[in-house]
Design a protein around this ligand. Structure first.
Ligand SMILES: *Cc1c(COP(=O)(O)O)cnc(C)c1O
Length: 426
């Protein structure tokens, strides 16, 4: 018999994961058992502000009643049919999500990496069948420090050694150029007539919330148009209100879904979504495109057993409803400005933080120590002790991305915790 202590103490639960699970993550030492809105609780009942939001999957807040309601209702009705048959929620969801984001068609998948793989396949097929590139010659341009997921093909074009090493041989057909460098992209286009697409994150999340110049994303789209290539936006982390607009490619458009796209909107040819598409309940991803691109996909040429399943469809519609109903994009925009203001005040008081950057509620601070140092990790452990959960990325960068349902008062409370913690270190 397993005693209650063994199943309920953080220490024992961490030991279980350590013994029986593959060691593909290095988690902060906290074991979470419950979540509601902007809060999570550990098994001992301590409450924390969640400042990671499962890498921006929980934009709508933990266990949002409307999303959980849709999940429960659909779970009791029909969960999976496979695409061998039609199902009663898929068409509705497809209409909903395409109208919401302004595209003709959607291809539903499950995880983010599958969404990226799907976009790569569509771009290549489009290249051969529409652009007229010779078979197997298609090239997709990607950027240094990119993060698009963990499949064999995706890590093939990563330059993160940890993600790549000893997983070869690697998939061909990708060229990597510096991020935020339109001249480099232009040169690649000059030298390679067989480019079928350019794949980018509008803001590089995993790289440490790297925000490019305002001209970069529109510049990519323009170069793609000039050279008859597809502009592929991976908005898995930046999309769905996280950066203060429905999508990061919306730029400074201050709407929240179902919008008339503003002047700052750069329309991708292929839009990849995941994470918050389900509000953190269930893996749901999607690729959106217009008919002349999506019609290269024919029966049997791509698919997934769970893609477009009834449960996913219902959950995604509820999750996107919440983004609109609660004006999460506007809230992210407003709170983001306050957050960066508060962090800039802190930078004035402490030499330990050198920079805050980000957009909306996707932000990061840079810790004044080498990426090899444990300072950022130690700060995160201390933040945890003070009631706030965040995780370092690339050694000396700490990403701050709370659920977008946060109130202004709560955000100030969080900034107080961060400030107190950092000042304790200095
Ligand atoms: C998280 C993420 C992915 C991968 O999504 P998974 O669901 O983990 O496969 C791809 N691209 C970006 C930008 C991401 O943040």
């Amino acid at each position: 018999m397993i005693s209650e202590k063994e199943t309920t103490s953080s220490e024992n639960l961490m030991a279980l994961e350590n013994q029986y699970g593959a060691h593909n993550y290095h988690p902060l030492p906290v074991v979470l058992a419950r979540g509601e809105g902007v809060y999570v609780w550990d098994v001992e009942g301590n409450r924390y502000y969640d400042f990671l939001s499962a890498y921006s999957a929980v934009n709508q807040g933990h266990c949002h009643p409307k999303i959980i309601g849709a999940l429960k209702d659909q779970a009791e009705t029909l969960t999976l049919t496979s695409r061998a048959f039609y199902n009663s929620t898929l068409g509705q969801y497809e209409q909903y999500v395409t109208e919401y984001f302004g595209f003709d068609k959607v291809l539903p998948m499950n995880t983010g990496a599958e969404g990226v793989e799907t976009a790569i396949k569509i771009a290549r097929k489009w290249g051969y069948e529409k652009k007229g590139v010779a078979e197997n010659q298609g090239v997709i341009v990607v950027f240094d420090q990119n993060f698009h997921g963990r499949t064999t093909t995706i890590i093939s074009f990563s330059n993160d050694d940890e993600a790549r090493k000893n997983y070869g041989p690697y998939t061909e057909g990708f060229i990597r150029v510096p991020y935020n460098d339109l001249a480099a992209l232009k040169e690649v286009f000059t030298n390679h007539p067989d480019i079928v697409g350019v794949l980018t994150e509008p803001i590089q999340g995993e790289a440490g919330v790297v925000v490019p110049n305002a001209s970069f994303i529109p510049g990519i789209a323009a170069l793609c148009k000039e050279n008859n290539a597809l502009f592929i936006a991976d908005e898995i982390q930046t999309g769905i209100a996280r950066t203060g607009s429905l999508l990061a490619v919306c730029g400074n458009c201050n709407c929240s879904g179902n919008c008339e796209r503003g002047k700052t909107y750069t329309r991708p040819d292929l839009l990849i979504l995941g994470k918050a598409l389900s509000g953190g309940t269930y893996p749901v991803s999607a690729v959106l495109a217009d008919d002349e691109i999506m019609d290269v996909i024919t029966p049997g040429s791509h698919g997934s057993t769970y893609g477009g399943n009834p449960l996913a469809n219902s959950v995604a519609m509820a999750a996107l409803d919440v983004v609109n109903d609660e004006r999460l994009a506007q809230n992210a925009r407003k709170l983001g400005e306050i957050f960066r203001e508060r962090m800039n005040v802190l930078i004035g008081k402490s030499a330990l933080v050198t920079l805050v950057r980000g957009r909306g509620l996707l932000n990061a601070i840079i810790i004044n120590d080498s990426p090899e140092s444990s300072t950022a990790w130690d700060i995160c452990v201390k933040l945890k002790e003070n009631g706030l959960l965040a995780k370092p990325t690339h050694g000396n960068i700490i990403r701050f991305a709370p659920p977008l349902v946060m109130s202004e008062e709560e955000l100030h409370d969080c900034c107080d915790i961060i400030e107190k913690t950092i000042l304790e270190f200095a």
